[in-house]
Design a protein around this ligand. Structure first.
Ligand SMILES: O=C1O[C@H](COP(=O)(O)O)[C@@H](O)[C@H](O)[C@H]1O
Length: 234
């Protein structure tokens, strides 16, 4: 049984405000219950307004750790860096007091930086309280790309690795990604998508109508470990 709820908005700014309010509420609850909160967010173009709203949220930000669900293996000076987006749009205003745990090392390849990255990830007070995934038009989420060289390993529910490198034709550059079992180790899971094309991809993935195409997001939709809440606007 799929455990998916969908919140649809006609206005993407309203979506961003609503998702930020929901996430802030969950982070507040986590701090009240455990004295800290851990948030994993996506990169790409979609989360910008959500990040801007969340950055103003009133909560005890020094008790919040923020990380990324995946990262492009580029320096932070690159426009493609997910960390750059997070620092510019989320870790400002009140949220500047949060601790950021990046998924990048200054090494030529993710494989060479992996041991140091694993040590960085060890600093996270897991499980996550909130994970916010995005999705590309090709049905990738985090860096679970169609045809990814380590896709099966990343999606293996019994896998023990938390982060792994990923390469795929559609990925642009090498990636590092939390694995699916690591991301499902969360108290709340959101999927934030915008636009009709992505809604169709999601519907196809959900109904198994991918017509031979490989939509990795399907693994998130079909798992039964944690409910998925989809936020969508046109
Ligand atoms: O490359 C990535 O793409 C996806 C989707 O990005 P968008 O630009 O279509 O919103 C994103 O969720 C992921 O974190 C990122 O690395």
């Amino acid at each position: 049984m799929l455990n998916i709820a969908t919140h649809s908005f006609t206005d993407c700014q309203a979506l961003a405000a609503s998702l930020a309010e929901r996430v802030a509420g969950l982070l507040r609850e986590a701090i009240a219950a455990r004295g800290r909160a851990v948030l994993a967010v996506s990169g790409g173009s979609t989360p910008k307004h959500f990040f801007e709203h969340l950055s103003h949220a009133e909560l005890d930000w020094p008790k919040v750790q923020v990380t990324l669900v995946d990262e492009r293996w580029v320096p932070e000076s690159s426009e493609r860096s997910n960390a750059r987006l997070v620092k510019a749009t989320l870790l400002t205003d009140r949220a500047a007091a949060a601790t950021f745990v990046p998924l990048h090392q200054d090494t030529p390849t993710p494989e060479e930086g992996l041991a140091a990255l694993e040590a960085q990830v060890d600093a996270l007070a897991l499980p996550f309280d909130v994970v916010v995934l995005g999705m590309g038009p090709d049905g990738h989420t985090a860096s679970f790309f169609p045809g990814g060289d380590r896709l099966a390993e990343a999606l293996d529910p019994a896998g023990t690795a938390r982060v792994i490198p990923m390469r795929a034709d559609g990925a642009g550059e090498p990636r590092i990604t939390f694995t699916l079992p690591a991301l499902l180790d969360t108290r709340a899971l959101f999927l934030h998508i915008e636009g009709d094309a992505k809604r169709r991809v999601l519907a196809d993935a959900q109904l198994g109508l991918a017509e031979g195409r490989d939509y990795p997001v399907r693994a998130v939709l079909e798992q039964t470990r944690v409910p998925v809440t989809v936020y969508w606007c046109p």
